[in-house]
Ligand binder design. Structure first.
Ligand code: SF4
Ligand code: SF4
Length: 281
């Protein structure tokens, strides 16, 4: 069953018309990595302390969709969608905002393809007889602001960490075996699948600066000084990525001004862009 689901997800991403990006004559996202977490993993409850009470557990997310008492155990399927190398390459030369390819991936890749993909996966598993929801596209999903910046009630990075897909980095992103320039998405299903192991010894193991005290390439790449050796200033970053200038640029590229042109400078032209830098010999 595990392989059947992984293969179906890979097939969908390979063949979906919505994943075709005409500007680069290639797909928005390359072949994904898929892993499973047990919906009852205690880490999901710990997130209430680590992230905040507002962060939902898989049980809570499932029951918001299907009613109290509906959850009897299940799986969180977490998926890494690597941004196409052609798009990443176009962003390497950028100095202030995201390239046209990067910005359009936000509008059409993230919002059109990923929303459609999440819906597809919900339906695919439901038709097999297993109720499934995609938290990211649920009506309760929201990003709120606290004193340290934006925080959501379903953090795809934390979900991916629970599934063993990688670790966090100094710039508050997530480094997988296919690098940091990725999009993450997940669903909660009542189908019980064998969970994958979390092999990382620390929650920041894949970041060279956090693990070995070297690198810091993303610090130099950030145009607004939002990253230091001590961490990431989410508010500074947010103001840049969603500010007026970024919105205007997104519109000029043909994207949605609401999503901004992005930036992603700290995710491109860096050693962790498309691979786990701790594994470079
Ligand atoms: S560029 Fe270097 S310091 Fe920054 S996140 Fe990647 S590995 Fe860590
Ligand atoms: S931290 Fe934010 S503003 Fe700085 S490079 Fe990364 S995405 Fe851009």
């Amino acid at each position: 069953m595990e392989n059947l689901i992984k293969n179906e997800i890979k097939r969908y991403i390979r063949e979906s018309k919505e994943n075709w990006f005409e500007v680069i004559n290639d797909t928005y996202y390359e072949e994904p990595i898929i892993k499973f977490a047990n919906g009852d993993d205690p880490l999901f409850t710990e997130y209430k302390k680590i992230i905040g009470e507002h962060h939902f557990t898989p049980k809570e997310a499932f029951e918001l969709a299907f009613g109290e008492g509906s959850y009897k155990g299940g799986t969180v399927i977490s998926i890494v969608l690597p941004i196409n190398e052609k798009t990443r390459k176009s962003n390497r030369a950028q100095k202030e905002f995201g390239s046209k390819e990067w910005a359009l991936t936000r509008t059409f890749g993230d919002e059109v393809f990923i929303n459609g993909f999440a819906k597809y996966l919900e339906n695919y598993l439901s038709e097999m007889g297993y109720r499934t929801i995609s938290p990211h596209k649920s009506e309760w999903f929201k990003i709120q602001k606290d004193s340290s910046g934006p925080t959501s009630n379903w953090s795809e990075r934390h979900i991916a960490y629970a599934a063993g897909l990688g670790t966090f980095s100094i710039n508050d992103a997530f480094i997988t075996e296919k690098g940091i320039a990725v999009k993450l998405i997940s669903v909660v299903t009542e189908l019980k699948l064998t969970p994958d192991d979390r092999v990382a010894k620390s929650h920041t193991e894949n970041c060279l600066l956090c693990s070995k005290g070297i690198c810091g390439a993303c610090i130099k790449r950030c145009p607004v000084g939002a990253i230091t050796k001590d961490g990431h200033d989410k508010i500074k970053c947010y103001m840049h990525v969603y500010g007026k200038e970024s919105s205007k640029l997104a519109e000029s590229y043909g994207g949605n001004p609401k999503f901004g042109s992005g930036c992603g400078l700290c995710q491109t032209g860096v050693p962790c862009e498309g691979r786990n830098p701790m594994k470079i010999k």
